[in-house]
Design a protein around this ligand. Structure first.
Ligand SMILES: [Zn+2]
Length: 261
C-alpha cells in the first residue's frame, strides 16, 4: 500500500539537514513509507522570532534539496509576526518549493491575526497544518484546540486545513471539526489507541482522515499501527495512507511542476 506521511520533523537527529532527511528517508524506506512532509527545524521554538522562523525554514529547504523525490516542505509561520510570516510564505511557498503551511503554538488559530495567512494560503492552493491539542493539565498560552480551528475554518471555506493530532483529545477534536468539510484530521502523535481511527472514519468519512507519524517524536511502528490495525475497509486505509493527502497537495504540486503519480 502506498503511504504518504503528512507529519515529520528534523528534530532528534544529529548532522546536517541533508543528513537528517537522509536518516528519515532510510527509516521511512524500511517501513514502506513513500513520501514525507517535513516542517520545523532541529530546534522547536514556541513563539519564534522572525530570525528563528527563517532559520527553521532554511533547515527544511536545505534538507529537501537532495530529496525532492521523497520529501515535501511545509513552511513554519508565526502569526505574532504577521508581516515576516507573509514574507516567509512568499519566499518558501509562492517563490520556493514548499507546498503547505505549519502553524504551531505561538498564537490561537481563531485569532484575527491568522486570517491574512489563510487568505494567502488559499490563493496559492497551500493547505494549512494547524497543531491542536486539549490538555487536562492546561494548554500552552498560545496553543490551539480543535474548536478554535473549527472557528477559523468556518470563516474560510475556501481554504484547506489539517487538524494536527485530531485535537489531541481526539474524541472531542473529531466532533469539533466534523461540521467543516474543509478540515481534515491528522492521526499523528499520541498513542495508537484502539478506536481512534475508527471514530475518525465513522464521524468524518475516510476521505477526511490523513496519516501522519510525527516522527521522530513517535515511532513508525506505533503510528502505522493506528491504520493497519484499525477495523476499517482496505479502501479506507488506502485513502488515509496516501490518497487524501495526494488529492490535497496535487493542485499546488502541479503548479510547481512536480509530477504526482
Ligand atoms: Zn509534530
Amino acid at each position: 500500500m502506498e503511504i504518504w506521511d503528512g507529519h515529520c520533523h528534523l528534530s532528534g537527529y544529529a548532522g546536517t539537514p541533508d543528513e537528517r532527511v537522509g536518516k528519515l528517508v532510510a527509516l521511512a524506506d524500511r517501513m514502506g513509507v513513500d513520501r514525507l512532509c517535513i516542517f520545523m527545524g532541529a530546534n522547536f521554538h514556541y513563539d519564534p522570532t522572525p530570525e528563528e522562523m527563517r532559520a527553521a525554514n532554511d533547515e527544511v529547504l536545505d534538507g529537501l534539496r537532495n530529496w525532492h523525490h521523497h520529501a515535501f516542505g511545509f513552511v513554519y509561520l508565526n502569526p505574532n509576526h504577521l508581516d515576516a510570516s507573509l514574507a516567509e510564505f512568499a519566499r518558501c511557498v509562492e517563490q520556493g518549493p514548499m507546498v503547505a503551511i505549519k502553524l504551531w503554538v505561538a498564537q490561537h488559530c481563531d485569532s484575527p491575526d491568522v486570517d491574512a495567512i489563510v487568505t494567502r494560503a488559499a490563493a496559492a492552493k497551500a493547505p494549512i497544518f494547524q497543531h491542536t491539542w486539549q490538555k487536562i493539565t492546561g494548554n500552552l498560552p498560545g496553543e490551539s484546540t480543535a474548536e478554535e480551528l473549527a472557528r477559523l475554518a468556518a470563516r474560510h471555506p475556501e481554504a484547506t486545513f489539517i487538524c494536527g493530532h485530531a485535537g489531541g483529545d481526539w474524541e472531542n477534536g473529531i466532533r469539533a471539526i466534523r461540521p467543516h468539510a474543509n478540515v481534515y484530521a491528522d492521526l499523528g502523535g499520541g498513542d495508537p489507541t484502539a478506536g481512534f481511527t475508527e471514530m475518525a472514519v465513522r464521524e468524518l468519512g475516510a476521505e477526511r482522515v490523513i496519516f501522519g507519524s510525527d516522527i521522530p517524536g513517535r515511532s513508525y511502528a506505533s503510528q502505522l499501527a493506528k491504520v493497519y490495525g484499525a477495523q476499517i475497509t482496505e479502501e479506507a486505509k488506502r485513502l488515509i495512507f496516501s490518497e487524501n493527502l495526494k488529492r490535497l497537495l496535487t493542485p499546488i504540486l502541479k503548479l510547481k511542476g512536480v509530477p504526482v503519480y
